[in-house]
Design a protein around this ligand. Structure first.
Ligand code: ATP
Ligand code: FE2
Length: 327
């Protein structure tokens, strides 16, 4: 069986065909970017309307199949930006209605985790899910993916992007901040905010903006210090989750996990405690539809069935709302 997955939670509209054996036949996307400023929900949704047809056709073409060969349609039903989620849901529901194929809506955060389990040898990992909107440390326990630690305000990616925007870089700012950090030489003391198992970035952002505006610091040093500080916070919480759950695998997910410095720090922490660190290929770290197709297959095989009437989006669903019956 082949599943056509559709992703549209935020800036990316993606489509992908994956087989029920876990072979990714295509993984196509188009991402909304800006020269300055962040995501404007209505503009991102407009972007998705513009590209959805082309991207879905491309996904089928690259997989060398037509809609007739598709046995299941899956889409990101939650969580995300309402305007954006609605476009993917609309595309999936229309396709399912026209073709009479089964449809399954999935949780985007859980899909980030399951694609990592599919594509690496990680079996029962702690997931450090570091993306734009989300920052969570997740592990399987007692039938659910539990959140052991998370951000108390914004996601780490949005925090980095906000600082990038403040210093005049466009969206996404993560890769640009990384490039600047490589030229940083001096560590500048910044607030380090870990509260129990949770992290918070709001105060840090204000502090960084003030430091930048004062003109006393080099932007390269600020970018370097930003990364060293927030990544250390994420590592601390991930390490504690590994110890608490007595797990020995760390899996990375989310766009911020593309950052080479974060990867390096995760590898080091895992090496030091005899754990293994798994990093999926970049196209499967950022928002992608392959993970949505695979999650659809997992849940469909485990018996999930939905009527089209029952596929409304849920922008606020949490990772630990979902009962995991597929593993
Ligand atoms: P979610 O809906 O899961 O919260 P998201 O919509 O924010 O995810 P992702 O693609 O997972 O999307 O992550 C986007 C974030 O990743 C942005 O903050 C961006 O700056 C950052 N990012 C993307 N690529 C890189 C990179 N190569 N290096 C550093 N950061 C990156
Ligand atoms: Fe994502």
């Amino acid at each position: 069986m082949r599943c056509l997955g559709i992703e549209s939670t935020a800036h990316t509209f993606g489509a992908s065909v994956v087989t029920d054996k876990g072979k990714v036949l295509s993984n196509v996307k188009h991402t909304y970017t800006t020269e300055s400023g962040g995501i404007i929900p209505t503009d991102a949704a407009e972007h998705h309307v513009k590209f959805c047809d082309e991207i879905m056709k491309k996904a089928l073409d690259e997989a060398k199949c037509s809609i007739k060969d598709i046995g299941l349609i899956s889409f990101s039903q939650s969580p995300g930006i309402g305007n954006c989620l609605r476009i993917g849901a609309f595309a999936a529901r229309s396709l399912a209605a026209i073709t009479h194929k089964p449809i399954v809506g999935v949780n985007h955060c859980i899909a980030h985790l399951e694609i990592g389990r599919l594509l690496t040898s990680a079996k029962d990992p702690v997931l450090l899910y570091a993306s734009g909107a989300n920052t969570q440390v997740i592990a399987y326990d007692g039938g659910k993916y539990r959140i052991f630690g998370e951000t108390l305000d914004q996601g780490v990616g949005n925090f980095i992007d906000s600082f990038a925007r403040h210093i005049g870089l466009g969206f996404p700012g993560g890769p640009k901040v990384y490039e600047l950090s490589l030229k940083g030489k001096e560590y500048i003391e910044l607030p380090y905010v870990v509260k129990g198992m949770d992290v918070s970035f709001g105060g840090l952002l204000t502090n960084l903006k003030q430091k930048y505006d004062s003109g006393k610091y080099k932007v390269e040093d600020l970018c370097y210090s930003l990364q060293e500080t927030v990544f250390a916070m994420l590592i601390e919480v991930s390490e504690r989750a590994l110890a608490h759950c007595e797990k020995t695998e760390l899996l990375l997910g989310g766009g911020v996990a593309c950052n080479k410095r974060l990867q390096e720090m995760c590898h080091k922490m895992c090496d030091d405690r005899g754990a293994r660190c798994y990093v999926p290929e970049m196209q499967f770290l950022v928002d992608n539809a392959a993970m949505i197709a695979w999650q659809g297959i997992l849940e469909y095989k485990a018996g999930k069935r939905q009527d089209i009437d029952n596929t409304q989006i849920d922008p606020y669903e949490r990772t630990d709302d979902i009962i995991v019956n597929w593993r």
